[in-house]
Design a protein around this ligand. Structure first.
Ligand code: C2O
Ligand code: CU
Length: 416
């Protein structure tokens, strides 16, 4: 299958560094179109953020660009183009960026699973039609073939008693995963690279596009047994994503006792008292008329697919990457944003340059005020996020279903 690739592989090369390191990466563009690289989730200086025209000139075919920045946070991150990303990412341009803690937790193995979802045609090639209207106005480009680290899933061989840190990265354009580890009791230790108090999920583990979840898995199955990892996000389309296969011998009888709690990253704590509050409404898409707003005038009332309506943030459907800021936040201030999904679809909403706390959902406080950089919001639900705007510049704020982003669900937030 023909792909677009970093250094000839999908995923591209895993970059591993240590917290506090300075990273320097030179990108040579061998594509026939412009590109950039965005370091998803990394709190980089604005000029290194890889947003075409907003933070840099796109890299022309045959050109190059050197990114250089300090890694303040340990965690699981990834990198991908921000130019026509619905096609560039969709064809295979993505890779993990792992920043190790200075004192990592004790595990037997540290594994990364980069999940992707491809739409493959009957000839075995990536099917075209990137960014078509149907995908754009509905769930995005959901494919027909899921891969782990660029391959059809192969059984994961483990030893009974082994402790594995599993870093899951969803690099798909649009597919959402809801993962179940049959027979195991996974502990979530980080979300979007940021530590969270270790806890067992109370249901399937939801991983929206661009999100990361770090798990600690104690392999408590018997030697020579098997169990499955299933994905049941899309009702009626449940499938086994992977199989865990135990070797015949046991590594240890009882799980390791060592702590799995990660040290905090140096994020500034938002001050909710007296913070400025902003409402952000996401609208549009098929059946957007149910949510009112500016969508009524479009061509959709006939029920056809022909309407040229886009997705909106606070009523604006953005084109290109350079826009009037939706919001300007004085540097150093806490901002609280009440995100309202008024559409019939899920949206993973991503903010550049910062991590935020998800303080509540549908008005109810979250269990861990999770630090995230991408928050998955179900249809007709809300999420409140809070962060200290401590990174100056113009930052993208957009849906990471890449077709939704391209069809207008993006905005800019200025920190000055
Ligand atoms: Cu991973 Cu603006 O994106
Ligand atoms: Cu979306």
């Amino acid at each position: 299958m023909k792909v677009w690739a970093y250094n000839g592989a999908v995923p591209g090369p895993e970059i591993r560094a240590q917290q506090g390191d300075r990273l320097r990466v030179t990108v040579e563009n061998g594509l026939e179109e412009e590109t950039t690289i965005h370091w998803h989730g990394v709190r980089v200086p604005n000029a290194m953020d890889g947003v075409p025209h907003l933070t840099q000139k796109p890299i022309p075919p045959g050109g190059n660009f050197t990114y250089e920045f300090d890694l303040h946070d340990a965690g699981t991150f990834w990198y991908h183009p921000h130019q026509r990303s619905f096609e560039q990412v969709g064809r295979g341009l993505y890779a993990p960026l792992i920043v190790e803690e200075k004192q990592p937790i004790k595990v037997d193995r540290d594994l990364t699973w980069v999940l992707d979802d491809w739409r493959i045609d009957s000839s075995g090639q990536i099917s075209g039609g990137f960014g078509n209207h149907h995908d754009s106005m509905m769930a995005g480009r959901v494919g027909n073939t899921v891969t782990i680290n660029g391959r059809l899933p192969e059984p994961l061989e483990v030893r009974s008693g082994e402790r594995v840190r599993l870093r899951i990265i969803n690099a798909a354009n649009a597919r959402i995963f809801a993962l179940n580890f049959e027979g195991l009791r996974p502990s979530i230790i980080a979300i979007d690279g940021q530590p969270v108090p270790p806890h067992e999920p109370n249901g399937p583990i939801l991983v929206g596009p661009a999100m990361r979840v770090d798990l600690v898995l104690d392999m408590t199955g018997r030697p020579a047994s098997r169990s499955r990892v299933t994905d049941d996000f899309y009702k009626g389309l449940e499938y086994a994503l992977a199989e865990i296969v135990y070797t015949r011998s046991r590594l240890r009888a009882a799980p390791l006792a060592a702590s799995i709690e990660l040290p905090a990253n140096p994020l500034r704590e938002p001050q909710l008292n007296g913070a400025a509050r902003h409402e952000v409404v996401f609208g549009g898409g098929m059946m957007g008329m149910m949510s009112g707003g500016g969508m009524m005038q479009g061509g959709m009332m006939g029920g056809g697919m022909g309407g040229m309506m886009g997705w909106t943030v606070n009523g604006v459907s953005a084109t290109g990457h350079v826009h009037e800021p939706m919001l300007t936040i004085p540097r150093g201030r806490t901002a609280v944003m009440n995100l309202k999904n008024q559409t019939a679809w899920w949206h993973p909403i991503h903010l550049h340059g910062h991590s935020f706390r998800v303080v509540s959902r549908n008005g109810k406080a979250t269990a861990h005020k999770e630090w995230q950089d991408t928050v998955l919001i179900p249809p007709q639900e809300t999420a409140d996020i809070a962060f200290v705007a401590d990174n100056p510049g113009d930052w993208m704020f957009h849906c990471h279903i890449l077709e939704h982003q391209a069809a207008g669900m993006m905005a800019t937030i200025r920190v000055s």
